[in-house]
Design a protein around this ligand. Sequence first.
Ligand code: T1G
Ligand code: NAD
Length: 701
Amino acid sequence: MTETEPAAPLGVRDDGGIRFLIIDNPPVNALAQEVRAALFEALEQADADPAVRAVVLMGAGRSFVGGADIREFGKPRQPPRVFHLIARMEEMTKPVVAAIHGVALGGGLELALGCHYRVVTADARLGLPEVTLGLLPGAGGSQLLPRLVGLEQAIAMITSGEPVGGRRAVEIGLADHVVEGDLAVGAAAFAGARAADPLPRVRDLPFPPIAPEAFEALAEPVRRRAGQQRSPIACIEAIGAGLQMSFEQALAFERRLFEELEASEQCAALRHAFFATREAARAPSGTERSSLRTDRVTVVGAGTMGGGIAMCFANAGLPVRLVEPAAEALARGMANIRRAYDATVARGRLTAADVEARLALIAAEASTAAALRDADVVIEAVFEDLALKQDVFADLDRGLPAPAILASNTSTLSIDAIAAATGSPERVVGMHFFSPANVMKLVEVVRGEKSDPQVVASIVALAKRIGKIPVVVGNCDGFVGNRMLGQRTVEVDRMLLQGALPQDIDRVLTGFGFPMGPLAMTDLAGVDVNWRVRQARGQPLAAYDAMYERGRLGQKAGRGFYLYEGRKPVPDPEVEQIILGLSEAAGIERRPIPDEEILERLLFPMINEGARILAEGIAARPGDIDVIWVHGYGWPAWRGGPMFHADRVGLDHIRRRLAHYHERFGLASLAPAPLLVELADAGRGFGTLAAAFSGRRKDAE
Ligand code: T1G
Ligand code: NAD
């Protein structure tokens, strides 16, 4: 066993004629320039060295390779590129075996596809997630993967970006063998046994033939789901090239598409969303090593949110207690949970056995006393009523000793007001899930004035443990998301009275890329939920109140701003009459409102409020606001988020348009926010704030 001096970031060692090349570029072994250069050279050396019978390519640490280095995108890249490495491996005179543990994603999987063999651990994850970054596989993946796994599987993997597990990879022909024991040992044995065999190259396999109409049947649903996002469609085009072109021609076509996408706004937006999501989820500085225990969780209130929150823990394999005082309400809550799981089984995403295993993790108890027993964290999700929540927190504070954390899922109430009902406000924090809680990824972690940073950090870590995207925000009315949404809702109501109809406004926002418009969303969440929140604040909205007063509560009532045939919203002439009547009563002469104005008034007041939120420090970074809107409010990720979008539109333009609407409508909230004005005057964008705020991303775009 001879150790050669490892050329960081690549380790090289020999064992019985097998040369191990170990990529070592923490945290995810991304294929940065220096890695590619070192690997290319090592492949050359291994091929030339007669003592080497075979090569095993591995990753150091927790993964094989997490992909190309995303930070290099949008900048000129030095050779060798990933596709050069693949071409070099395909020219090797001895077998190269990829030994995969952890993840092999993007360029990492393409590298493995350039190898002659792939062995995996059972829990490895193999995928091509480029589409989620607004890209497509740029090193041959669109041509190599179909040759191994067939077109249907390749289209599914490349257009969804979803990885497959190690065992599944062998089942579909993507990998050759699952190594049960030590990966290096298993891979070396596998390589040694094939050192003298003819070298199988994936590129030499035939591209799977398919009839044009059959290909179209696979492509059409992808195009439909893509909407305005370009990358899934480009993936289909790249894969399809294999049917008409030679391997080399199809590779060149794939590369042209890749360069087109890499230079695109959508790709810049999705890369921004990628890094902003990770930045937002980082533990607040100084609390990286939070020590508070969060294993035993109790959820108080088994309604819409409490049930969904309990499912999050069960879905993550964590036991959870669900408490309601009333047995009937508890039974209703558990029935909702079972119904939700049954729907997932019906969609083939879970088995009946999975459901039983998850339900077994939810301990339902019809007693408030249960809430006070051995919990590290209590998440309260009772009615949105301050006095009730203060009672519940006072009981918890008396019954459950510190350092147990007391978290509230309130969506609108002040965390400080709730904490004031306890003797230990330092252990009170907001944990604001979004409906449906078992689906939506976002959690606003609301730090109260007295919340201990360790408590905040513990809840951030807990949210990540259940697969959520936590964003730490300050305590204010509506926190970040609902506060900005409030500005949009006010403008929606005003536009309805001034000349627009629900379908006009919703068409414009879905045209921008949202999955649903503001009025259809209100009907889904419940017109009454919106009314109750505004009632508590004394915020009347003519059109919204008119729906409520007429019992038009939304989907659950079969009518709201729309009539509902099943879940399909249908414009209702009666609503038009109601709105025309409101305009007349308010003495407003209705006018056609151009789409451009509708869009500006849906987005700019929100962005303006975002600037106020940043100036107040309620959000730590502009990227945090973007993450909240992308993962909590349906903002299209390929548009980056409201603050990213604002920089694309230009802050000076937004300032001028807001000033125009402020002058025209005289609404204080439309006055351009000081931070927006300051940045516009300086010709800067919110993105330039990132550095000042986090001091880590000097290159923020
Ligand atoms: N490049 C650069 N940095 C990366 C990275 C990458 N590919 N992947 C992760 N990071 C950073 C991340 O920003 C974070 O940094 C840290 O690593 C830990 O990540 C040619 C064109 C691998 C499953 O899309 O999905 O290859 O915040 O917090 O939860 O065709 O990261 O600590 O400073 O997410 O354990 C395709 C992207 C690229 C995979 C690990 N690859 N990464 O998850 O840790 S395109 C991807 C992930 C490509 C080729 C094309 C996840 C992960 P920081 P993390 P994690
Ligand atoms: P819900 O009415 O569906 O459920 C509330 C549950 O609390 C009911 O089952 C009720 O029986 C129970 N409850 C009442 N008093 C209780 C007590 N003293 N102890 C234990 N349980 C008690 O309401 P929901 O929509 O689930 O909302 C719950 C909380 O979550 C509210 O604060 C709400 O603002 C917040 N929230 C709601 C949404 C949403 O979209 N529904 C989204 C985010 C946050």
